[in-house]
Design a protein. Structure first.
Length: 464
């Protein structure tokens, strides 16, 4: 029981962070709506009202989507590490159906606990943030409401997606042979993953369809600000395709990134480990890709938004006040989106630690063949760095494009006639992302490195 609780602690944390992200996001959006309605200039603007309604729908969809992807990815990682345990239970007489139901029940409990903790934490964070901002004079002191039926959307979404993720992840239970309990469980290789033609074809179709809808949303934005809704659907469809086909994208990216880390034995082994089992590498990196994509997307959209309004309002008497309000809006969104980076970081640390545990014999063999503790530590750090760097590159490219597409489809008519929105990405944002990546690499390497270097070669080789 204690082991199960310890095993699910990261999943509960991720579910809680996902729920807190969704709840705080919706509460923040509600507070912004109240601020804009109370503003004498922006409150009377029909365009501002339409834009805000569109943003609210986008944020609700994103909160639900992020919760679904991250919790499903985390639970799938746990299931992958329990194949041998499930096989052993099968060997002792348990049926595949009973094991799958047991896993699904665990997912439901994890989702409920995480959603409850996250809802309370998200509400507390939003209340403190709004109170502090009002006290400092950054936002007006208004009667902000933190209770709304719409808050049930991310809470229920976390519960359902965690339960569904556990059920979907447990599909592997149905094909686990009891004889696998007698040997080492292995992840699927590059060749095995590449042979899944139906999934790869589905991913390709979703990417093409999604980017087509994004283009349609940009064109529709030239005649109506509702074009952002089409673009939102396109972004979700295309990004789902990217996530679904990430096992085909990330190995190539990892292979290219791996060359930058040099030709030492540790670096070469790290590069080989990163691409050997694409599903494991994908589960490790996809959370970071999601986090960086979201942060970059909102940063690029917010920068373009502020740049456009600064040009429109230059020379007006109340330009400074409106610019301050816009800056507050962008700042609040940036803080809320920062939750996704924290969720991704937890997922990365958890997956790396699990991967090291699953490779105990491999690490013991390396020690027996002459690898020193220092070389082993360098390999784990290099592997972590390659995974994070690859995720950062993919996330920056996707986030920059999605951010510009959203700004273009939403803001093209702000001036009263179709216009091209210049994409703006803050150098500060890039510095924060890169600095965060370096810090995350160090933090994510600590626990796996300690575990890898503590095991003696004899003990590691004896592990089955």
């Amino acid at each position: 029981m204690r082991r199960t609780a310890r095993e699910h602690a990261p999943s509960i944390l991720v579910a809680a962070l996902s729920a807190a992200f969704g709840v705080a996001l919706l509460q923040g959006t509600g507070a912004l709506a109240l601020m804009i309605r109370a503003d004498d200039t922006l409150g009377s603007s029909t365009a501002a009202g339409i834009a805000l309604a569109s943003v609210a729908i986008v944020f609700i969809a994103i909160a639900t989507y992020v919760a679904a992807i991250v919790t499903a990815n985390t639970f799938a990682t746990i299931i992958a590490g329990r194949v041998r345990t499930i096989a052993l239970l099968r060997l002792l007489g348990a049926t595949a159906v009973s094991q799958r139901r047991s896993v699904a029940r665990e997912g439901f409990v994890v989702g409920c606990l995480g959603a409850l903790i996250g809802a309370v934490a998200g509400t507390a964070i939003t209340a403190l943030a709004l109170g502090a901002a009002a006290l400092a004079g950054w936002i007006p002191s208004l009667a902000y409401s933190l209770v709304d039926p719409v808050l049930l959307v991310p809470i229920v979404a976390v519960i359902l997606t965690t339960w569904i993720a556990s059920w979907v992840g447990a599909r592997r239970v149905l094909v686990v042979s009891p004889l696998e309990a007698l040997g080492a469980a292995q992840e699927r290789s590059v060749e095995q993953v590449g042979s899944r033609r139906a999934r790869n074809a589905t991913a390709l179709v979703m990417v093409i369809l999604g980017f087509g809808l994004l283009g349609l949303g940009i064109l529709a934005g030239l005649v109506s600000q509702a074009g952002v809704l089409i673009g939102m659907v396109g972004g979700m469809v295309s990004f789902t395709g990217v996530v679904l086909g990430a096992h085909a994208i990330m190995p190539w990216t990892l292979r290219s990134i791996g060359r930058v880390f040099g030709g030492s034995a540790s670096a070469r082994l790290a590069a080989a480990n990163a691409v050997r089992y694409p599903e494991r590498s994908t589960r490790t990196t996809i959370g970071i890709v999601i986090g960086v994509t979201l942060v970059t997307m909102f940063g690029a959209a917010g920068g373009s938004f502020q740049s456009l309004f600064d040009r429109l309002l230059s020379g007006e008497d109340d330009a400074a006040q409106i610019s301050l309000t816009i800056a507050a809006v962008v700042g609040i969104f940036s803080v809320l989106v920062g939750f996704s980076a924290l969720i991704a970081a937890v997922g990365l640390v958890n997956t790396l630690s699990l991967g090291i545990m699953q490779r105990t014999r491999e690490l013991g063999l390396l020690r027996a063949l002459g690898f020193t503790v220092r070389q082993l530590r360098a390999m784990v750090i290099a592997e972590s760095g390659q995974l994070v760097a690859a995720a950062i590159v993919v996330g920056l490219l996707l986030g920059g494009f999605y951010g510009w597409a959203g700004a273009q489809s939403m803001l093209a008519l702000v001036t009263g006639f179709p216009a091209f929105v210049v994409p703006v990405v803050s150098p500060v944002l890039l510095a924060v992302v890169v600095g965060g990546a370096v810090l995350l690499t160090i933090v994510a390497s600590v626990a796996p490195t300690r575990r890898a270097t503590r095991v003696s070669p004899v003990t590691a080789l004896a592990v089955e």
